[in-house]
Design a protein around this ligand. Structure first.
Ligand SMILES: [Zn+2]
Ligand SMILES: [Zn+2]
Length: 555
């Protein structure tokens, strides 16, 4: 087989950020993609629903694509898939739970019948194209059925760890397949890509099981109704909540669409075991006393539309939180969500509910490996080259430092940026350039139609509001026929600021008349003059800079 061609690793997302993980691996005229995630918008993106990767490089090379391989079913790894598959049709490979979650998404986007998906069991190998053989290796993470991918290429093995931790007492399934990782290490691994999320945290991530013990303790002597918020995708966590409920004779109701979806899929596929009669419909919680109930809900991140947020702000149709509730928030806020989580917690305290969250008890553990685990993987795999992935820049640097601590040479570690091309041949590895990469914003049904200019306008509107000047002008004489009328939104409350609005109208009228007198009837100039004069007046009197929109009509 051609061994003289170059191997390229091209991260398209997930570096210097939390989210939208995606890596292209290219050899000769073939490409496979690992993961296809999304991320959530930040404060600089008002109105944006989600963010996906710019995949123009793959669109240009669509004929080379031999498949997308998924490490697990979290949104930051599969959330971009429907958008990807709308422009590039290729086969999607993943483990059973991952594929079930993907199918659920494809159904929502009407893609189910047009996309080929393949279930792969951890431990087996899939061929893609003539160059790639991809081995699925079991790992532990906060969602069941997570895998690492050992990608065999003619240049050597590229091992992508996906998201993982080392959990010797997992809730469902077996421990991460360290033995196989060790074997690969012995045979020789060319490049390791590994999860940097917790690289700055010393020690080991606690076992998921430790959370279960804490649930047991919290549930045991509780006489109140219990409401637990967690990530819907954390199947193990939900299982442990169900176990603790069942052990204490409580019924479990589920609230929030994604939570209902995941519980249904997981029970159906056997990833979750619910004892007979424990699950009840949320509509029938009225039939039970508070001490007989546990409600599992979405909203652990304080998301505005989520079930817990609605309950906290008395906006939920079926559940009202009272003093008689114990609310457990079994998650930590993802960076950026701290404020909304804190708002929900404060609201719950106002109601008088008892609230337990990470700062008060161990009701959450991370699904990502900490420093000691990361070092162990590096030591087992002994890669020739190491690429820290999945993290903000400092996480990548911390991970690099860990690799150096266990003896890797600095020049064999590559901190890449999204779009970088890391190229391998018989002479070694080097960054050889970059491909186009970036963010595509999704707002409603629009993909990519919100760009920098739209965002700038949205921010401006949010900061100082909008003033619209409407005037009708006789195009022959240039005379003002009607108006100018002033309409404003988000600037001042018009009813209480008639003076300002009247003055703005006066400034607009003067500007229009001046333009007419000076023979300046070109509409662009007229509009600019009106805009500048009003803008100047408003800034001088109010110190604000609303957006000003002159609309001229002619008769
Ligand atoms: Zn994950
Ligand atoms: Zn992830």
């Amino acid at each position: 087989m051609a061994k003289n061609l170059k191997l390229k690793i091209i991260p398209l997302g997930g570096l210097d950020e939390i989210g939208k993980n995606m890596t292209a691996i290219e050899y000769g005229n073939e490409i496979i993609v690992v993961d296809c995630g999304m991320s959530f918008p930040d404060d600089e993106m008002p109105g944006v629903d989600l963010v996906i990767n710019d995949i123009s490089y793959l669109e240009k090379n669509a004929s080379k694509l031999k498949g997308v391989f998924l490490t697990h079913g979290h949104e930051d790894h599969i959330g971009g898939l429907p958008y990807f598959l709308k422009s590039i049709n290729t086969t999607v490979y993943g483990t059973r739970l991952t594929i079930a979650l993907v199918e659920n998404k494809l159904k929502e986007h009407n893609l189910l019948s047009s996309v080929k998906v393949v279930n792969v069991r951890a431990g087996s190998v899939v061929s893609a194209g003539q160059y790639f053989k991809v081995e699925f290796i079991r790992t532990n993470h906060s969602i069941a059925d997570s895998v690492a991918l050992a990608i065999n290429t003619p240049q050597g093995v590229v091992l992508h760890m996906g998201d993982f931790k080392i959990d010797s007492t997992p809730i469902v399934g077996d421990m991460i397949d360290l033995a196989r990782l060790g074997e690969l290490g012995k045979q020789g691994v060319l490049a390791l890509l590994s999860d940097s999320t917790n690289a700055e945290r010393p020690g080991y991530a606690m076992s998921e099981r430790s959370v279960g013990e804490n649930f047991e303790n919290l549930f045991k002597n509780c006489k109140k109704r219990i409401i637990v918020a967690t990530f819907a995708s954390n199947v193990h966590r939900v299982q442990q909540i169900i176990n603790a409920a069942a052990a204490n004779g409580r019924k479990v109701a589920v609230s929030g669409r994604s939570m209902e979806n995941i519980v249904e899929i997981s029970v159906m596929l056997g990833y979750m075991k619910v004892p007979q009669g424990v699950l009840i419909n949320i509509d029938s919680i009225g039939k039970y006393n508070p001490e007989q109930l546990v409600i599992i809900t979405t909203g652990s991140q304080g998301e505005p539309m989520s079930a817990l947020t609605r309950m906290a702000f008395s906006d939920h149709r079926k559940v009202e939180i009272t003093k008689n509730d114990l609310v457990i928030i079994s998650a930590t806020p993802i960076p950026g969500n701290e404020k909304s989580v804190s708002a929900v917690i404060n609201e719950l305290f106002k109601i008088g509910a008892e609230v337990v969250y990470k700062a008060l008890a161990d009701v959450h553990v991370s699904g990502h490996a900490c420093a000691e685990e990361l070092k162990l993987i590096l030591a087992l795999v002994k890669p020739k080259y190491f690429i820290p992935v999945h993290g903000e820049h400092r996480h990548l640097v911390f991970h690099k430092n860990l690799a150096e601590k266990i003896g890797m040479a600095e020049e064999d570690i590559f901190i890449l940026s999204n779009g970088s091309i890391l190229e391998f041949d018989e002479n070694g590895a080097r960054i050889s350039g970059a491909v186009h990469s970036g963010k595509i914003l999704v707002d409603g049904l629009g993909v990519g139609d919100v760009g920098n200019i739209v965002l700038r306008d949205r921010k401006l509107l949010a900061q100082d509001g909008l003033i619209i000047v409407v005037a009708t002008i006789d195009s022959k004489t240039g005379q003002l026929v009607s108006g100018p009328d002033i309409i404003s939104r988000g600037f001042v409350y018009v009813m209480e600021s008639e003076d300002i609005i009247e003055h703005v109208r006066e400034v607009a009228r003067e500007s229009l008349e001046k333009c007419n007198k000076s023979g300046n009837s070109d509409w662009l100039t007229v509009k600019a003059t009106v805009k500048n004069n009003i803008s100047k007046y408003i800034y001088e009197t109010t110190n604000r800079s609303p957006m000003i929109l002159p609309i001229l009509m002619d008769v």
